[in-house]
Structure formats: C-alpha cells, structure tokens
Design a protein around this ligand. Structure first.
Ligand SMILES: Cc1cc2nc3c(=O)[nH]c(=O)nc-3n(C[C@H](O)[C@H](O)[C@H](O)COP(=O)(O)OP(=O)(O)OC[C@H]3O[C@@H](n4cnc5c(N)ncnc54)[C@H](O)[C@@H]3O)c2cc1C
Length: 391
C-alpha cells in the first residue's frame, strides 16, 4: 500500500508515522524548503500524548516538554484564583498519559526525527489532486505527477485540497486575534508565575506556560477584534500594541507583555464543519478538515488523533479497500473533531464575558466544579476520544 501525505505540519508528520506503522509506504510532500514550525508553545493533553506514545515519540517529546502540576484560572484585574485543576502526575495516573506543554518546534522536531529522510520531499508544492477507481494522483508545481493508493491532505487551515474536494470554501475569521511570544524564563523569575495559567477578562484572555523544560515562557494574549486582515503567523504587532489591549490588567500580565517587546499578532480563523472529509481515495486530516479556535488547546491533538485512527483504519486494508477504509477513518473521527470545534468556540465566549453578573456566575460555576472534580471539565474528552480503539 502506498500513500502520499501533503503537508509536513504536526498532522502530516503524525499521519506519516501512523501510516508507516500500519505497513503503508509513505511519501510526504511539503512546500517549505525545510521543516519548520513557528516559535510558540502548544499544550498536549493526554488524548494526544497517549497517541504519541503509540508512535514511539512520547519519550522524546516528554524530554523536551514542561510538565505542569496544575492549571490555574485567574481574574484579569487582580490575579485572584477562580479555580485550579490538577495536571501533572495525577492526570497521568488518571488518563494513562501525561499533560505536557512544549515548544512547537520541539514537538515538530521529535516527530520529524523518526520520519525516514527518504520518505520526505521538501520544496514540493502540490497544485492538484485527482483520482480514478484504482489510484490517486498529485501534481506538483514543477509539473511532476506522483501516484499512490491514497492521498492524505494535511495541508492546514488554508487547505487547497479542501477546495479541490468540496468546492470553494474560505477560512472563517473568528472575531479574535492573538499576540504570541516566547520569552527566556530567566527574565521572568521575579514574577512567581504558576506553571500554566489562564487569566479571564472582558473580551480578552491571557495564557502563559513554561515550555522547553521550563527554560522558556510561552505567552498567548487573545482579544476580540473586528480587524480580520492581519492573519499571518509572522505579522509583527506595532511596538507595545499589546499593552494598549491589556490596559488595567494585573501588573504581572502587563509586565510579561512589556518584557515581550515586539510580539507577533495572529488573526484566529476556523473552518466550517464538513459532513465528510473524504472522496474516494483522498482525505483531509488535521486543520484542513476541522480547524478550530484554540480555546480548548486541542487543534493539534485532534490532528494527532486523526493520524492514529487513519493508521488503524488502513492497517489490514488492501489497495482496493482504500475508499472503505477512509470512510471508516472519517466515521470514527468526524463527530468527535466537530464536537471539539464547537466546544472550543463556546469556551471563547465563556472566557470573554464582561465584568458583571454573568462573569460572576461563570466564576462561581468554575469554582464549584473544581471543588467537586480534580480535572478540567474537558478532561472526559481526553478519555473518550480513543474509546473503542485497540490500545
Ligand atoms: C494561537 C494558537 C494556539 C494553539 N494552541 C494549541 C494548543 O495548545 N494545543 C493544540 O493541540 N493545538 C493548538 N493550536 C492548533 C494547532 O496549532 C493546529 O491545529 C495544528 O498545528 C494543525 O496542524 P496541521 O498539520 O493540520 O496543519 P499545519 O500545521 O498548518 O501544517 C500544514 C502544512 O502543509 C503545508 N502545505 C500547505 N499547502 C501545501 C501544498 N499545496 N503542498 C505542500 N505542502 C503544503 C504547509 O507548509 C504546512 O507545513 C493552536 C493554534 C493557534 C492558532
């Protein structure tokens, strides 16, 4: 069985590893000249780390990550703690895999390190995908044609493959944007910051956590905005723009934002849920299928789960079975990933409530939940995502 995977992001790399474990020969095509991930952090809940273990990369990922003992939710203006939930060893014991926070480049490197170089073609842009009954074919920008038994389009939120399969359909602006920065931990040691915290305020929230074994602090400052235009990972904000957006916030938040210097500004987009991701021998995977707002920190995790289930679905398939195997993959993933898209959107609304009775009721609800439960409300999904799959 031969597969072509388009896109070497976290989803495409995980799919390559998972398919190889299923005995599929994979060619991974990536438009960039070299493997690269933008410098920022990413949270990996146990539903993702459990699958990384199955791909034999968890040890490398865990060695490069930070292992927060808990997550603290705080009030924007004075930093008072609304509630906290256990992560660390308690989560690992409960869910059978750790909750990690990691620099994206470290995760990307750990995945890329175990993909054989001969399986990868960098500097290769796919410009078309087509298929007949027996095979699928990609065309590259240089006019080359490559055929395989299946094509997995892990080409991200701006997926061209999604349009080729399902017609014109643009990414949808979420009405939020984020400032992102990664800072040396040594410069923050005087601030006594918790290992992972989410500060909630009107129309804004602020997330920070240590990455790279605690050597770096990752910062994400999300705010509501009508300005959809600036959407690149690499768009620099105006100097000190972030301080204007976070006026009146707790001094620790403002100090972090001040020390961040010039930050990146990133418009947050989503994709409208689809009713299917596959046509014949071609399927979407990861953000191309289900890009979501990052307020449950689950986008990459869902891509990793897609990869795991795709490998399972292909394991005992023959080339003739591919369309059916892809139906099986999508059937097992679509409802769960779509549910996570809407849970993420709801979390954003809850996080951004204005001061007043609604925010007070939210805080009381969160505190009451935390008094009853050790783990975050989304924790059951860390278990449920793999239910029914062989471990
Ligand atoms: C602010 C923010 C914070 C986030 N935080 C978290 C978090 O804490 N936890 C979490 O799980 N997720 C998080 N996410 C989501 C996560 O980043 C994405 O869901 C994940 O990276 C998607 O991976 P992907 O492989 O599907 O797509 P991408 O990473 O976008 O990869 C797509 C790849 O395809 C390549 N490509 C595109 N078109 C072509 C083509 N035609 N030919 C060849 N190659 C092509 C691209 O160059 C790229 O390498 C966050 C997202 C944002 C915006």
């Amino acid at each position: 069985m031969r597969a072509i995977v388009v896109g070497a992001g976290i989803g495409g790399l995980a799919a390559t590893l998972s398919l190889r474990r299923a005995g599929v020969e994979v060619t991974l095509l990536e438009q960039s000249r070299r493997f690269s991930e933008i410098g920022a952090g990413i949270q990996l809940a146990p539903n993702a780390t459990r699958e990384l273990r199955r791909l034999d990369v968890l040890d490398a990922v865990a060695a490069a990550a930070a292992h927060p003992a808990h997550v603290s939710f705080r009030t924007w203006s004075d930093g008072s703690e609304i509630c906290r939930y256990a992560l660390g060893r308690e989560a690992e014991e409960e869910f059978g895999a750790p909750y990690l926070v990691i620099h994206r480049a470290d995760l990307h490197n750990a995945l890329a390190a175990v993909v054989p170089p001969e399986s990868v073609r960098l500097d290769t842009t796919v410009v078309a995908i087509d298929q007949d009954t027996d095979s699928a074919r990609v065309t590259t920008a240089t006019g080359e044609h490559l055929t395989a038994d299946l094509v997995v389009a892990a080409d991200g939120i701006r997926s061209a493959a999604r349009q080729w399969l399902f017609g014109k359909d643009e990414a949808v602006f979420s009405g939020t944007a984020a400032y992102r920065a990664v800072l040396p931990a040594a410069e923050m040691s005087d601030l006594d910051l918790p290992p992972l915290a989410v500060w909630l305020g009107p129309d804004r929230h602020f997330v920070h956590y240590w990455v790279r074994r605690g050597e770096l602090l990752n910062v994400v400052a999300v705010f509501s905005t009508d300005e959809a235009a600036r959407e690149s990972w690499t768009a620099e904000a105006e100097p000190d723009e972030q301080l204007g957006e976070f006026t009146g916030w707790d001094p620790r938040v403002r100090t972090v934002l001040e020390r961040a210097g010039q930050v990146l500004r990133y418009g947050i987009y989503t994709r409208t849920p689809l009713t299917r991701w596959n046509v014949g021998r071609v399927t979407l995977l990861g953000d191309s299928a289900h890009a979501m707002v990052p307020f449950q920190a689950q986008g990459a995790a869902q891509a990793i789960l897609d990869a795991a289930v795709l490998g399972d679905a292909l394991k005992s398939a023959t080339p003739a079975d591919v369309p059916e195997a892809l139906d099986d993959y999508v059937g097992r993933r679509l409802a769960s990933a779509t549910g996570m898209q809407s849970r993420s959107a709801r979390a954003g609304t809850e996080f951004h409530l204005p001061d007043g009775p609604e925010a007070e009721a939210r805080n009381a609800r969160m505190a009451a939940y935390a008094a009853e439960h050790r783990f975050m409300p989304q924790a059951p999904a860390w278990r449920a995502d793999v239910r029914g799959r062989p471990q």
